[in-house]
Design a protein around this ligand. Structure first.
Ligand code: HEC
Length: 141
C-alpha cells in the first residue's frame, strides 16, 4: 500500500498547473490580438528587373539589319520569314519585351535549337549581342 500523498503537495502541483494554464492563455491572447502586419510582404520590394539594355542601339540596328532582318523582319515583328511559313518571335511584342536581358541574351547566344533561331555566340561578340539587345529594346516602344 502506498502512502496517501501529502495533500499540500498535491495542491501545490495543481496550483502550478493552474499558473501554467493561465500563462498559456495569456500568451495566446497576446499572440492572437497582435495586429498582423500585412504590408510587410509588399514592402519587401524587389529591385526592378533589368529590362533596359546598356548597349548601343545604333550599332545594334546596323547589326540587326545585317544578321537578323531575314527572319525577324525590319521592325523585328517576326515577319521576315513569313513566306517560308516559319513562326519567328515578334521582338516588339510585350511577351518578348517583358523578358529579362539575361534571358534574351541567352537566346541570342545559344539560339533555340530545333526552332530555327540560330546561335550567335561564335559569330557575334558579347558587346555586339548587348548592342543588339539595346536595339531590340527600342522595338517595344
Ligand atoms: C533563321 C532565322 C532567324 C535569324 C537569322 C534570327 N532569328 Fe531570332 N528567332 C528566330 C525564331 C524562329 C525565333 C523564335 C524561336 C522560338 O519560337 O522559340 C527567334 C527568337 C529570338 C529571340 C527570343 C525572343 C523571345 O521572346 O524569347 C531573340 C531575342 C532573337 N530571336 C534575337 C535575334 C537576333 C538578335 C538575331 C540576329 C543576330 C536573330 N534573332 C536572328 C529566328 C531567327
Amino acid at each position: 500500500m502506498t502512502a496517501p500523498k501529502d495533500r499540500s503537495s498535491i495542491l501545490r502541483r495543481c496550483s502550478n498547473l493552474y499558473c501554467l494554464g493561465i500563462g498559456m492563455i495569456c500568451a495566446l491572447a497576446v499572440w492572437a490580438t497582435t495586429p498582423i502586419d500585412t504590408t510587410w510582404a509588399q514592402n519587401q520590394s524587389d529591385p526592378p528587373p533589368p529590362t533596359k539594355a546598356e548597349g548601343n542601339a545604333q550599332t545594334g540596328k546596323v547589326l540587326f539589319e545585317i544578321h537578323c532582318v531575314t527572319c525577324h523582319g525590319t521592325k523585328g515583328r517576326g515577319d521576315g520569314l513569313e513566306i517560308a511559313g516559319a513562326t519567328v518571335a515578334d521582338l516588339s511584342s510585350p511577351t518578348t519585351q517583358r523578358k529579362l536581358n539575361a534571358d534574351l541574351l541567352a537566346t541570342i547566344h545559344e539560339g533555340r535549337p530545333g526552332k530555327v533561331m540560330p546561335s550567335w555566340k561564335y559569330r557575334l561578340s558579347k558587346a555586339q549581342s548587348i548592342d543588339l539587345l539595346a536595339y531590340i529594346r527600342t522595338l517595344g516602344k
